[in-house]
Design a protein around this ligand. Structure first.
Ligand SMILES: Nc1nc2c(ncn2[C@@H]2O[C@H](COP(=O)(O)OP(=O)(O)OP(=O)(O)O)[C@@H](O)[C@H]2O)c(=O)[nH]1
Length: 145
């Protein structure tokens, strides 16, 4: 998923670094996705309630690209500008078995769109990512139409 963002990124001006913010409702799987990107494995145990930023060096067509990944925490008390003013790429994550997490994702997409229109001239990319599809498949739980 992040690799495809990187491939798209190379089509524009070659950047030396990229800021990616993982946002979404609590428990949607942001930390799991960060851990998977960083370690290439799905780990059941990790600390997920801390907000942190990680980096990983990628190589796209032999050009180095430093990817900074902000694993955010869903908290009404924190200022969304911490990621809105920072990220080049927003990955909005929802849990495919939770309608509420999809509604939160919709609100986040609106928040990003209004930030882009009113405050920010930088070019962003935004991706909506449905997570936990394994649960949807095996438990039969899925969002109603
Ligand atoms: N079955 C399944 N479980 C997942 C998946 N992704 C995450 N989980 C589990 O869902 C729970 C929440 O995942 P987290 O990565 O902590 O979610 P989060 O969005 O970072 O949560 P906060 O940091 O509290 O906002 C954990 O128990 C994960 O192991 C997935 O793709 N499939």
């Amino acid at each position: 998923m992040l690799a495809s963002l990187l491939m798209n990124q190379e089509a524009s001006v070659s950047p030396t670094e990229m800021h990616v913010a993982l946002i979404g409702m609590k428990n949607s799987g942001k930390s799991a996705i960060a851990v998977k990107y960083l370690t290439k494995r799905f780990l059941g145990e990790y600390s997920s309630d801390l907000e942190d930023t990680y980096c990983r060096q990628e190589s796209i067509n032999q050009m180095p690209l430093m990817v900074w990944l902000m694993d955010t925490v869903d908290s009404a008390e924190r200022d969304p500008m911490r990621y809105l003013s920072w990220a080049d790429v927003f990955v909005v994550i929802y849990d495919t078995t939770s309608r509420l997490s999809f509604q939160v994702a919709e609100q986040l997409l609106q928040q990003i769109a209004s930030h882009e229109h009113s405050l920010c001239t930088r070019d962003h990319k935004t991706m909506l990512l449905g997570n936990k599809i394994d649960l949807e498949r095996y438990s039969g739980k899925k969002l109603a139409n």
